[in-house]
Design a protein around this ligand. Structure first.
Ligand SMILES: [Zn+2]
Ligand SMILES: [Zn+2]
Ligand SMILES: [Zn+2]
Length: 138
């Protein structure tokens, strides 16, 4: 599990200053815990412009502090990453809970496909949709 300070450390390590905005956004994310939208952060911080919040969320995403999750149907949510490493997502379509998993074999297969197709791969995301143990009725 990561803690609020981890985000602030990640910012510093990458040469970013700890502005009041970045700290405020970070606090909202950790207080909220679950998946969030830009609107939710914006509502929680009425004193900060939406464009600034969007840029801050984008920065956190680039630094691997949070991840962008494409919900079924195209909506975009963000959530705190539990690891700074590359990973994939299980997305519960009933409650929206996102859990992460790491699988080096999948990544090797993805890279193999790209190489075989002479495709210069920059990145990939894998989001799996279904009913999680959070919502499956046994
Ligand atoms: Zn993630
Ligand atoms: Zn669920
Ligand atoms: Zn991957």
């Amino acid at each position: 599990m990561r803690y609020p300070d981890d985000s602030l450390i990640a910012l510093k390590e990458n040469g970013y200053r700890l502005t009041a905005t970045r700290e405020a956004v970070n606090k909202v994310l950790y207080d909220h815990k679950g998946p969030f939208t830009i609107e939710m952060v914006s509502d929680a911080l009425p004193g900060i412009g939406r464009a600034t919040i969007f840029r801050t969320v984008r920065l956190f995403q680039d630094l691997g502090i949070i991840c962008r999750v494409n919900m079924e149907g195209g909506a975009v949510r963000y959530q705190l990453a539990s690891t700074g490493e590359h990973h994939h997502h299980f997305i519960c379509t009933v409650c929206g809970v996102v859990t992460e998993f790491i699988d080096a074999h999948i990544d090797q297969a993805v890279n193999r496909q790209a190489q075989g197709a002479d495709f210069e791969l920059n990145s990939h995301t894998i989001d799996l949709y279904g009913v999680g143990s959070c919502c499956s009725k046994k």
